[in-house]
Write a protein that binds this ligand. Structure first.
Ligand SMILES: *Cc1c(COP(=O)(O)O)cnc(C)c1O
Length: 365
C-alpha cells in the first residue's frame, strides 16, 4: 500500500469561488490566475473547475503552452510579460497577451516580426516598486506602444501592495487614475483582496479582475476576515492517516528536540505527513488539525515524514483514522489553510504552492 497521504482538489469549490468573485465584481471579466501551477493545485487538475473564467493569467511560458494544450482558446495573459525577445514568437504563435513593464520589452516588440499584432497590458508602478513604469514615464511608454505596428490593443494595469491591509489602495488607486487620465484602453487593477473589498466600485473593478488566492478558497486578508466571511470554499484538502497510536505517561516527550512534554497521561497519534509533503516545519505545538473531522492540535516538531497529534479531544480515533491537515474533512468540517499558515508564521499561498510532488492528488467534484 502506498503511504496513506493524499491531497484532493475540489472542482466544485473552484467553481463556487469563481461565482463568489463574479458576484463581488459584477460585470467585470475574470482572469483565473494560475501561476505557480495554479497555486500548487496543478493546472491540468484544476482546469475543469476554472474554465468558467474569461481568461487565464500566469507567468511561465511553459504554463501558457499547457493551458493551450488543454484546449483553451480564449485570452491568456503573461503577468510578467516576456523575458527575452524570442518569447514574442511564442506569443504570436499562441496568441498570448503580455504585460509590458519596462522599455526593453518595447524595444523587443519593435524588432519583432509578426503578422498578428499583439494585445499588451501596459503596467504602471503605482507605488509597490516591483514591476511597472513610473508614473512620469507611463505616457511615453504608452505613446511608443501605440506607434508600433506590432501592437493593436493596449490595456492598462497596476498591482496593489496593500489591498489586504490597513494601508489600503487609496494612494495607488489615485496614482493609477492620474497616470491613465485621458488614455483609452481596458483597465485591470484588482487582485483577490481588492476584488472582494472594492469590486462593487465600478471604476476600481474596471474591465478585468485578477483574483488568485480567493479562487482557491483562501482569504486574502486573513485574519481580518476568514474564508467563511467571504463565502469561499477550500479547493485543496491535505489528509493523511494515523499510522501509530500510543499512550504517553506524564513527563514523556514527543518528537525531535523533545519540545513537547506531556503534563499528564495522554493519547497521541502519528500522522503520515511531514515537511517533505509540504506541511510547514515551523508549525508549532498547538497548530490546528482535524482527526475524524474533529478539531485537535499538533504536538512537538514536525518531522520529514510524520507529525504527532493530540488524541485526547478525539477519543474514538484509532489506527487508520484520517487527519485533515487543511481543507475539508469527509464529515464536511473545514480547517481553513489560513489558520494552519498563521500558526506556522506564513500565509495560505505558501502552503498551497509548497504541496510536494510526492503527495498523490485526487480530483473530486
Ligand atoms: C499573483 C497576481 C495576482 C493575484 O494575486 P492574489 O493575491 O492571489 O489574488 C494578480 N495580479 C498579479 C499581477 C499577480 O502577479
Amino acid at each position: 500500500m502506498p503511504r496513506p497521504i493524499h491531497a484532493t482538489i475540489h472542482l466544485g469549490a473552484l467553481r463556487h469561488n469563481q461565482q463568489r468573485l463574479r458576484a463581488a465584481a459584477p460585470g467585470a471579466r475574470l482572469w483565473a490566475v494560475v501561476k505557480a501551477n495554479a497555486y500548487g493545485h496543478g493546472i491540468e487538475r484544476a482546469y475543469e473547475g476554472l474554465r468558467g473564467a474569461d481568461g487565464f493569467a500566469l507567468l511561465d511560458l511553459a504554463e501558457a503552452e499547457r493551458v493551450r494544450q488543454l484546449g483553451w482558446r480564449g485570452p491568456i495573459l503573461l503577468l510578467e510579460g516576456v523575458f527575452e525577445p524570442r518569447d514574442l514568437e511564442l506569443c504570436s504563435r499562441l496568441g498570448l497577451w503580455h504585460t509590458v513593464h519596462h522599455d526593453a520589452q518595447i524595444d523587443w516588440l519593435a524588432m519583432h516580426k509578426t503578422h498578428q499584432p499583439h494585445h499588451v497590458f501596459l503596467k504602471l508602478d503605482s507605488g509597490m516598486h516591483r514591476l511597472g513604469f513610473a508614473p512620469a514615464r507611463f505616457r511615453a511608454a504608452h505613446a511608443r506602444l501605440q506607434a508600433l505596428p506590432q501592437v493593436d490593443e493596449i490595456s492598462l494595469m497596476t498591482h496593489f501592495s496593500d489591498a489586504d491591509g490597513d494601508k489600503g489602495i487609496a494612494a495607488q488607486w489615485a496614482a493609477f487614475q492620474q497616470a491613465c487620465d485621458g488614455l483609452s484602453g481596458e483597465r485591470s487593477v484588482c487582485n483577490s483582496a481588492a476584488t472582494l473589498r472594492h469590486g462593487q466600485e465600478a471604476a476600481v473593478r474596471g474591465d478585468w479582475v485578477r483574483p488568485g488566492i480567493a479562487a482557491y478558497g483562501s482569504a486574502p486578508d486573513f485574519p481580518a476576515h476568514d474564508a467563511a466571511h467571504w463565502g469561499l470554499a477550500p479547493a485543496m484538502t491535505l489528509a493523511a492517516e494515523l499510522i501509530a497510536v500510543s499512550e504517553l505517561p506524564a513527563g514523556a516527550c514527543v518528537g525531535y528536540g523533545s519540545t513537547f512534554t506531556a503534563e499528564r497521561p495522554m493519547r497521541i497519534g502519528v500522522v503520515a505527513c511531514g515537511y517533505a509533503d509540504g506541511y510547514p516545519r515551523h508549525a508549532p505545538t498547538g497548530t490546528p488539525v482535524l482527526v475524524d473531522g474533529q478539531r485537535t492540535r499538533t504536538l512537538g516538531r514536525v518531522s520529514m515524514d510524520m507529525l504527532a497529534v493530540d488524541l485526547d479531544p478525539v477519543p474514538q480515533a484509532t489506527l487508520g483514522s484520517l487527519a485533515t491537515l487543511w481543507g475539508r474533512a469527509d464529515s464536511g468540517a473545514v480547517l481553513p489553510i489560513d489558520e494552519v499558515a498563521q500558526a506556522a508564521g506564513t500565509i495560505g499561498y505558501e502552503l498551497m504552492c509548497a504541496l510536494a510532488p510526492r503527495v498523490p492528488v485526487r480530483v473530486a467534484d
